[in-house]
Every structure is written in C-alpha cells, then in structure tokens.
Design a protein around this ligand. Structure first.
Ligand code: UAG
Ligand code: ATP
Length: 529
C-alpha cells in the first residue's frame, strides 16, 4: 500500500531554491556560504521520515524536540535544503552538516504556504470544502463527498479514515495531515483530474497551521463539545482554535450549525460570510437560522431518517439521511448546505446525501435486514456519550432486540469500562462483551471491568455473553439474532487492525461481519440441499 507521504504528484514542478528564498524572505545565516543558484527543489516535508528526493526539509521547533535534530536523517533521505528558525540553524551547524540552510522566523507557519507555492497552489484549481467540529466531521465530510461526486467526475476525500483520491485510498495517519503532505495530496488530486475535495480539519490542525496555504471555498462547523482540553487549555481556547478556520485567509464562506452556543458564537463573530443551519426540530433557534430542519422521522427503508429542510427563502425540501439517528440528520443537513455553497445543485446534493450509506465505520450499514438476517451496523462509538447516542439511534429502527458487540480499549481511560458496561446493559437487549484493542493489557481483565458495570445494571446476567475473540463475538451475535433484531458492533469503526500485545493484526469489523454472513448463508444453503 502507498504510504501517505508518497501521495504526491508524479510530475512535480521544479523550483530554484534561490527563488523560493526570495519569495518567502528566507535568509542565509550570516556565517554560511551563499546558496548555489542551480540548486532546485520539487517538494516539501516537515518530517524526516517522509522525505523524498529533492525536498525542502522544514525543521520546526516542536512541542517535544526541534525538527532540526533530524536534519541529518532528512539529508540522507534526499532533502536538498533545510528551512528552519535561528535555533534550528545553530543545531544544523552544530551537527557539522554541509546542507544549505535558510532561516525563517516561523517555519511552522511557513510550511503550508511554501508547499502550496512549490506545488502550484493546487487548492485554487479544486473546489475545496473543509469540515471542523468535535463530532460529525467524518460523517459530514463523506456526505459532502457524495454530493461532490454527483457533480464532479473525480473527487478526493481526506480525513480520519483514509486519504482517497479518485479510487485510490490509503490509511490516514491522522485526521488532518501535515501542511506539506496536504498540498502534495491536493497536487496529486489535481494531476488525476479531480474537480473537488472534501476534508476534515481537526482543531490540532488549526492550532498547528496544517491548513495554512489553502483557502477553502467553503468550511463547515458541526458542534463543539468537551474534548482535547489537555492541548487547547480550556473551552475558550478550543473554540478559538476551531474559529481559525473561519478567517478570510482560510475560507471564502462558511456554514455553521447553530444548535449549540459555540456555533451561535461562531456565526455571530465570523469575519467571513456564513449561512446558519439549525437541526433540532422545534428549537426556537431555527426561527432565525437561514436553514432549519423542521421535521424528522424514520425513513421508509426503516434505517435512515427523512427530514424537511426549510431554506432561506422559506421553501421546504424533503431530504434524507441514510444513517440512523438524529445526529446524522444534523450531519446530512449541514452537508447539503455545504455542498450547495460549493456549487452543487440543491436537488442533486439532497439526492446524493440520501444514498451515501457506505461511510466506513460510521453507523455503516453492512448487512441489510432481510433473508433471515438482522440489520448489521458498524460504528466507531468508543466513549460513553457516543455509545449512548449510537444505541439510542438504533432502538427506534429495531422491531426486535438490540444486540450489541462491544469492548473497551487497553492502555486507555480505564474508568470508562464499567460505565460502558452499564450503558450497554441499560440500552441494549443482548450483549456480547469482547476485546477491542487490548494493547499491553490482559484482555480478560478489561472484559471483567466491563462486565462489572453490566452486572451493576443487570444483576441477573440475562442475555449477557462473553467472547474471547472479536470475530467469535460477531459470529455469536449473528447466531443469536433474528431478522427483526439489529446487531451493532461498536468501538473500532473503520480501523483496519486490532492491537494485541504490541502486535497490529489485520482486522476490520465490516469484513468480519460480511464474512460471517457469507458463512451462514453457505451453511443454510448446504442444510437445505
Ligand atoms: C500534539 C500534536 O498535534 N503534535 C504535533 C506536533 O508535534 P510536536 O511539535 O510535538 O513534534 P515533535 O515530536 O516535537 O517534533 C518536531 C518536529 O520534528 C519532526 N521529526 C520528529 C521525529 C523524527 O524522527 N523526525 C522528524 O522530522 C516532526 O515531524 C516535527 O515536525 O507537530 C508534529 C509535526 O510538525 C505533528 O506530527 C504532531 O502530531 C502528533 C503526531 C499527533 O499525534 N497529533 C495528534 C494529537 C493530532 O494531530 N490529532 C488530530 C485529531 C484530534 C482528534 O480530533 O481526535 C489530527 O488531526 O489527527
Ligand atoms: N453531529 C453530531 N453531533 C454529536 N455527535 C455526533 C454527531 N455526528 C456524529 N456523532 C457521534 O460522534 C461519533 C464520531 O462521529 P464522526 O466520526 O463522524 O465524527 P468525527 O468528528 O470525525 O470524530 P473522529 O475524528 O473521532 O472520527 C459517532 O460515533 C457519533 O455517535
């Protein structure tokens, strides 16, 4: 599989380093030899591990270590020049390296614009949509991509799950890649003929300049909930970092969900023009919003939702979310308004979103109800709040019993294990407790902690099962369920591996669920033969 760092254009432009120095006011340190006028560069990176031949290595002062510490590795991998700050230049000189060095007061801020310049500003040739917020980024981004795909032959979608350009996808190292990697991927997308890109923009990315150098056509805000305060300090700091996306150098216009106070604050203070969307039916906030969800119900397919979206002109549009639950009505409404702002016809956007049910690991409909099989869903919910939301979303679409396969991560928040158990026992009917990513912990001990919470809520232990492998848990769940039931497998979502005792085993809930269904279909056919 291609590494994310290799997602770059096949035919990069070549730039003279002296020209880059002049354009970005980079200076040669006083005691260094002047730049060779013939020296050229074709790419940019901030990580020595990602260097390609001909790269500029931008060595940033990190939160833990100075990037210039890795200049030797970068040069060995093919970097032709190091751009860093004054402290970095001292480190490179101290290491006795002969590589040319250029100094910038703020290399982290520079990395994005420099990479955008080197790759010929690919973002300007694409329709670009960015989505930020605590929850719903992935789902909304895929809904937007579905709408963009209805209007463009080739698109790119970038986020937590994958980096996908046309039909080529690689696993994503994080929600928003580093600024130079982003520009490289955009350049690749342009080279492959893509017309549009939808991407997730995390708060870390905004704080660390990963989208600098790109001005989005449209950006969206989902919501803000308590998260990542270790990094952002407090909610105000977290909000300020998110709000950086709504600035003229980052985006031309925005769409903001105003269901929470943070969305309302953002809409009221945004320096770029924004449209507002209210998604809670009956909330008076909807009266003043440009767009409002004024009715929502379970969809005709018995899984998703239908809803009515009132537009700024008062017209009512019948729309649908293919995924269960009201949070996905919210995500779908935002995506429709974002896609429209990005130039997709409203009716086209509504239709495309209504059919976008293959979002990897986000309430993903893997097995449809029927032929004796339950509805089978895979969801990433791995926190108590998300588990509540997921189970509440699935209950109304479940005529029979709600069967939950779940576990909890090792080497992470131990306190949530019994809480997850309690929630599961309260909101699901049949539980199969199993392993998630045990990492260095004893899997049985993690399951025991979950089961303690289960017992507190359901002392009888009725319909509570334990399975020592996740694949077995899925097999058990499917064997226990009828076609009136729903099986939901939570915790790992799209993850392609399971981490056990330091080893990453290839494993994916969706694949296993499909394999188990196929096994059962075969077994049934044989028993009828
Ligand atoms: C907290 C955080 O976001 N840290 C980011 C920050 O790291 P840092 O300043 O500590 O970097 P450092 O380790 O001190 O290294 C300094 C520089 O040396 C470079 N280096 C380092 C080691 C090496 O061998 N070679 C090398 O070149 C690094 O690439 C870096 O440029 O700057 C680095 C690049 O300049 C990022 O790679 C790094 O992201 C780390 C890996 C990370 O895990 N970030 C997570 C928290 C993150 O960004 N998450 C969000 C999603 C959050 C969510 O919503 O859940 C995301 O967008 O994925
Ligand atoms: N609009 C929403 N409001 C609140 N919760 C939501 C919303 N959309 C999704 N969720 C919940 O948040 C979880 C994560 O959803 P999603 O992956 O789309 O968000 P995200 O912002 O991309 O988060 P992550 O980066 O962790 O993937 C889901 O399990 C779902 O239960």
């Amino acid at each position: 599989m291609t590494s994310p760092a290799r997602m770059r254009p096949q035919h990069p432009a070549t730039h003279r380093v002296v020209d880059l120095a002049e354009t970005f006011a980079l200076v040669v340190p006083p005691d260094a030899t002047p730049l060779d006028e013939a020296l050229t560069a074709t790419g940019v990176t901030v990580s020595s591990a990602d260097v390609a031949d001909g790269d500029v290595f931008v060595a940033v002062p990190g939160l833990k270590v100075h990037g210039a510490t890795y200049a030797a590795q970068a040069v060995a991998a093919g970097a032709v020049v190091v751009v860093t700050d004054a402290a970095g230049a001292v480190l490179v000189r101290g290491a006795g390296l002969s590589v040319p060095v250029l100094v910038s007061p703020d290399p982290r801020e520079l990395a994005g614009p420099l990479a955008a310049h080197v790759h010929g500003h690919p973002g300007r040739d694409l329709v670009t949509v960015g989505v930020t917020g605590t929850n719903g980024k992935t789902t909304t981004t895929y809904f937007v991509d579905a709408a963009l795909r209805a209007a463009h032959a080739t698109t790119a979608v970038l986020g937590t799950v994958e980096l996908k350009v046309g039909d080529e996808a690689v696993e994503s190292p994080r929600t928003t890649v580093e600024a130079p990697a982003l520009q490289g991927i955009l350049a690749l997308a342009r080279e492959r003929g893509a017309g549009a890109v939808a991407m997730e923009v995390s708060s870390h990315a905004l704080a660390l300049g990963r989208v600098r150098g790109l001005t989005f056509d449209v950006v969206g805000f989902t919501n803000l909930q308590r998260d990542h305060l270790d990094f952002h300090g407090d909610m105000d700091g977290y909000f300020r970092d998110k709000a950086r996306l709504f600035a003229p150098e980052q985006a031309r216009r925005g769409v903001v969900v105003v269901d929470d106070e943070w969305g309302r604050r953002l809409a009221a203070t945004s320096p770029i023009p924004v449209e507002t969307v209210a998604t809670h039916v009956g909330d008076p906030v909807g009266d003043d919003a440009d767009w409002a969800v004024v009715a929502a119900d379970i969809g005709l397919d018995g899984v998703g939702s239908t809803f009515t979206l009132r537009g700024p002109d008062g017209a009512r549009h019948e729309a649908a979310s293919p995924l269960p639950g009201l949070v996905n009505v919210s995500n779908a409404a935002l995506a429709i308004v974002l896609a429209r702002a990005a130039g997709v016809e409203l009716a086209t956007a509504i239709d495309a979103v209504a059919h976008a049910h293959e979002i990897p690991g986000r309430m993903e409909r893997v097995v449809e109800r029927g032929d004796g099989f339950p509805l089978g869903l895979v969801d990433y919910a791995h926190t108590p709040d998300a588990l509540v939301l997921a189970l509440e979303a699935v209950r109304p679409i479940t005529p029979g019993r709600l069967v939950l396969v779940f576990g909890s991560d090792g080497d992470r928040d131990q306190g949530k294990r019994p809480i997850m158990g309690q929630i599961a026992a309260r909101l699901a009917d049949v539980l199969v407790v199993t392993d998630e990513n045990p990492r260095s912990e004893d899997p049985a001990a993690i399951r025991a902690a979950i089961l303690e919470g289960v017992r507190a809520e359901r002392p009888s232990g009725t319909d509570v099962h334990e399975a020592t492998s996740r694949a077995q848990a899925i097999r058990d769940a499917l064997a226990l369920a009828t076609d009136q039931d729903t099986v939901i497998i939570t915790g790992k979502g799209h993850e392609p591996t399971q981490e056990i005792a330091g080893v990453f085993h290839r494993y994916n809930d969706r694949d296993v669920l499909l394999a188990v269904r196929a096994e059962s279909t075969r077994a049934r056919a044989e028993s009828h033969a």
